[in-house]
Design a protein around this ligand. Structure first.
Ligand code: SF4
Length: 335
């Protein structure tokens, strides 16, 4: 059995809530709440959930672009949450991030070759070698070496994301956190960028944490999937287990909104519309955080928080009454 390239244990990231003229802290928002998972070599872990569920904060906490409050993130023998500056520099060569908005993440005032070369300059790669690597990387992501002389505004959205990907590869990392990497792109361009990510994953033996709200994209890209709700992972497992037989009511409702290619199954698809708004992460419900919107919530759900546990389908689910393979929420709720 291979060793994980990234181990995340009980990760918590909180933000202070400030109020009044003196901006005193009056509370805390737990954006990421007790999250644990392993990332295996050359694996893609998709992280999905509604906007505000904490998936972007999770991605940034892994790299300490946002400081986690507690818990552990390990890459090899380095504990990222407590690493000093020197160790973090080493970690950043192995762990990179590609952002949603390729324009905002590229400095508009410097030419593309310097944008891609910047991480190499920071890590002391010789100028000539860096220039050679920039040309190779531009070619590898489907651009031309002479594109290095241009500025980000001279490229389309899809090309800018290719530049972001080239930059993320500059230090030959083992892991890339992809935060909604295609959601700002046209559908036709999305497919090209997803194919590129697929190709470079094999070529560079990369592991991905693929953060997205689009469940069709996650199905296409991921080996395993983690579903987040109000800062917590509520279901995690092998992609097909989750998409074919979701066991958590929240996963079930999310997947019920995704059209299926088979016309017969599409005709019988029962859409689950959740009632009520997502509660404030500053004041999450007691017990199961999903109980205020869950169509099958029971008394126990209001007081007792469910732990992640392995269920019949093989995935891990945080629910007192998980669905069995073949069961639907509509069947249970109408009993
Ligand atoms: Fe619904 Fe209860 Fe399961 Fe939470 S624990 S998802 S409220 S059934």
């Amino acid at each position: 059995m291979s060793t994980p390239v990234l181990e995340v244990r009980n990760l918590v990231t909180e933000f202070p809530i400030r109020a009044g003229v003196l901006r005193r802290e009056v509370g805390r928002v737990q954006a990421v709440s007790d999250v644990s998972f392993d990332l295996m070599p050359v694996e893609t872990l998709g992280v999905v959930g509604e906007s505000g569920c904490g998936k972007t904060t999770l991605g940034r906490s892994l790299l300490r672009l946002i400081e986690p409050t507690s818990g552990s993130v390990r890459i090899g023998d380095v504990e990222i949450t407590t690493a000093d500056r020197k160790s973090m520099t080493r970690v950043r060569s192995q762990l990179q991030m590609v952002f949603q908005d390729p324009y905002a993440s590229l400095n508009p005032r410097i030419p593309v070759r310097d944008i891609i070369a910047e991480p190499m300059r920071i890590h002391g790669v010789a100028k000539d070698e860096a220039a050679e690597r920039v040309a190779d990387l531009l070619r590898r992501v489907g651009l031309l070496p002479e594109h290095g002389n241009r500025y980000p505004h001279e490229f389309s959205g899809g090309q800018r994301q290719r530049i972001g990907i080239a930059r993320s590869l500059a230090l030959r990392p083992r892991i890339i956190i992809l935060d909604e990497p295609v959601s700002a792109l046209d559908v036709s361009i999305q497919a090209q960028v997803l194919n590129l990510l697929d190709e470079i994953q094999d070529e560079f033996q990369l592991s991905y944490v693929f953060i997205a709200h689009d469940l069709s994209v996650v199905r296409h890209t991921s080996d395993r999937v983690a579903v987040m709700y109000l800062g917590k992972i509520v279901e995690i497992g092998v992609r097909d287990e989750i998409y074919d037989a979701p066991a958590h009511p929240y996963t079930h409702s999310l997947l019920s909104a995704v059209p299926v290619a088979d016309p017969r199954r599409e005709r019988s698809r029962q859409r689950i519309i959740l009632q009520g708004d997502v509660p404030s992460p500053a004041n999450p419900p007691a017990g199961c955080r999903f109980h205020t919107r869950c169509p099958i919530a029971q008394e126990r759900c209001r007081t007792e928080a469910p732990e992640l546990r392995t269920v019949v389908g093989g995935q891990q689910v945080a629910c007192h009454f998980p669905l069995e393979p073949g069961q639907t929420l509509v069947d249970i709720a109408s009993r």
